[in-house]
Design a protein around this ligand. Sequence first.
Ligand code: UDP
Length: 233
Amino acid sequence: MLYEGKAKQIFETEDPNEIIIHYKDDATAGNGAKKGTIENKGILNNKITVMIYRHLEEQGIKTHLIRMLNERDQLCRKVTILPLEVIVRNVIAGSAAARFQLKEGTEIRCPIIELCWKDDALGDPLINDFHAIALNLATREELDEIYAMTEKINTILIAMWKEMGIRLIDFKIEFGKTAEGELLLADEISPDTCRLWDAKTNEKLDKDRFRRDLGQIEEAYQEIFSRLEKKEA
Ligand code: UDP
């Protein structure tokens, strides 16, 4: 094992350019303040991420995913993750609702892209491009490429979820660089990292059910998986 995070473990393989990502059922919220397990979350998030990444690859987005190995493991290209959380907001919710004193669900004129410095000890503080460049987290060129890819990913994902009767409220993505210097979408895209609301009822089908003790957590993740499966069929 190379690294263990809150929801995943990373293992090395015989090939120095490839790693295995293992998805756990552990869930945390509020930077580790709330801890628990969501039964089968690891299996569902592994499968959900693979389906979404395949769809993004088909639309020309370069990702670290090579292939799914089994229910909980996926083989990926080894990258160095940039210490940035790239957050996209299509509708106001979560920390943006609190920060701007706006009601959750407030519509905005265009998507907002935010950067957070991925640092647990600091609580992932919100930063801007100047911070990222000055603190050596990314170069101007890397940020330009990240923003271009992020806008494209958002457009693809809004359409993909819409087809499944789901509103993509917001989400977080991460990027990594290969040894050759190629920038790739990395990490997961799942109900752990997106806010997904049912288009008809606005029911929350994501990790907010865990964060806010709304119950029916596993069912919500299962519902997202089922709708993706139906779309693929
Ligand atoms: N998010 C994430 N990991 C984080 C922080 C946020 O995946 O460490 C996702 C979260 O699920 C949501 C979006 O990024 O879809 C925006 O989160 P927000 O800033 O509102 O923070 P939160 O309310 O989750 O603390």
